[in-house]
Design a protein around this ligand. Structure first.
Ligand code: PPS
Length: 345
């Protein structure tokens, strides 16, 4: 790691050997370690610093839609909704079967290639790179497969990210549209716990209690949670920010799609909105889930607790929390949510 400061103004602080060893008891980490970006405290693989300035200086267009979430907040659902609304409202697009990673690239994904488990198992982003090379033969892999996929993806681009506003281009809301999805942090914790077990990248073996404590302690990838939500919530009234709750989508998807239709200026007909609802329902998306790749995912976890499209419900956290842990998390949520002025359903 050579960089000490990023264009975003963050200071890069390497995580200590002691911290890495402690965290690594429960999960796999990264070949080059991890860093916190201060003062916000964002926790990423060290390789993020290779791409951070490129992402911060990324040239956005007025037609772009940036989909921003803390992990496991319902990103993939919203990603498919946005792509279908803007590219496939009649359900006839020839690329609709392609992976969302290609149709709507995740701008921060390149840093994950350094995961020890993926390096050991030989997971490469080869397919994605080939996709990129087909349109742009001169691209180099080390410049970031996903950052460059974001550059070349057809307009209107739908760019996914788990990064917070403070690491994205400072003109983002003056230039592009931002959709932010938030979900009850209790359900986020459960969904993330499952994902950390299911995805070989993390290969999480610790208990749910340890996991939840690590989340509250900001010791998991993409943490801290609250500043991420806060930065977006503060901008919720900006005309280019559309702040949505996962729970509201579950309660009345058509009403949420109508709001999105207005926000995006998509002018979809009722028939097209119906198409989007049907195509992006949990059962439809689950039925299209690709044959899971055993190098990327753990098939035993998939068998015992479900795949990427696990439950897609509200309130599954009730089956995971002990009364003591629930109390601790309630306190964590109440303190932070009231400070921000946000309430979850
Ligand atoms: S990721 O990996 O961070 O991008 O994950 P993300 O997509 O944000 O979150 C995954 C959870 O969203 C659920 N999901 C859905 N819920 C309702 N409807 C649809 N269509 C849908 N698609 C995905 C998914 O099942 C994960 O939640 P859990 O609670 O684990 O089931």
């Amino acid at each position: 790691m050579n960089k000490k400061h990023l264009c975003s103004g963050h200071e890069v602080v390497a995580m200590s050997e002691e911290w890495l060893a402690r965290i690594e008891k429960d999960q796999k980490l990264y070949t080059h370690g991890m860093v916190r970006l201060m003062p916000d405290g964002w926790l990423y693989p060290t390789t993020f610093t290779n791409f951070a300035d490129k992402i911060y200086n990324f040239k956005l267009k007025s037609s772009d839609v940036v989909l921003m979430t803390a992990p496991k907040s319902g990103t993939t659902w919203m990603q498919e909704i946005l792509w279908t609304m803007l590219h496939n409202p009649d359900l006839i697009h020839p690329d609709a079967h392609k992976s969302l990673l290609i149709r709507s690239p995740q701008i921060d994904f390149d840093m994950l290639q350094d995961g020890k488990a993926w390096v050991e198992k030989g997971v490469s982003m080869g397919d994605m790179f080939e996709e990129l090379r087909q349109t742009c033969p001169d691209k180099k892999r080390e410049d970031g497969v996903f950052v460059q996929l974001c550059e070349v993806t057809p307009d209107p681009r739908i760019i996914k990210t788990h990064l917070p506003l403070s690491l994205l281009p400072p003109d983002i809301l003056d230039t592009a549209k931002v959709v932010y999805v938030a979900r009850n942090p209790r359900d986020v914790t459960v969904s993330m716990y499952h994902h950390f077990q299911h995805l070989n990248l993390h290969s999480y073996t610790g208990t749910f209690e340890n996991f939840a404590k690590s989340f509250m302690n900001n010791d998991l990838l993409y943490c801290p949670y609250w500043p991420h939500v806060k930065m977006a919530w503060e901008k919720k009234d900006h005309p280019n920010m559309h702040f949505v709750f996962y729970e509201d989508k579950k309660a009345d998807i058509m009403s949420e799609l109508r709001k999105l239709n207005d926000f995006l200026g998509a002018n979809l007909t009722q028939q097209q909105l119906d198409n989007v609802v049907h195509h992006t329902s949990f059962s439809s998306m689950k039925s299209r889930e690709r044959e899971a790749d055993d190098i990327v995912f753990n098939k035993d976890v998939r068998k015992s607790s479900g795949g990427f499209f696990r439950k897609g419900t509200i309130g599954d956290w009730r089956t995971h929390f002990s009364p003591e842990l629930e109390q601790e998390m309630n306190h964590w949520i109440e303190t932070n949510a009231s400070e921000i002025g946000i309430s979850f359903k």
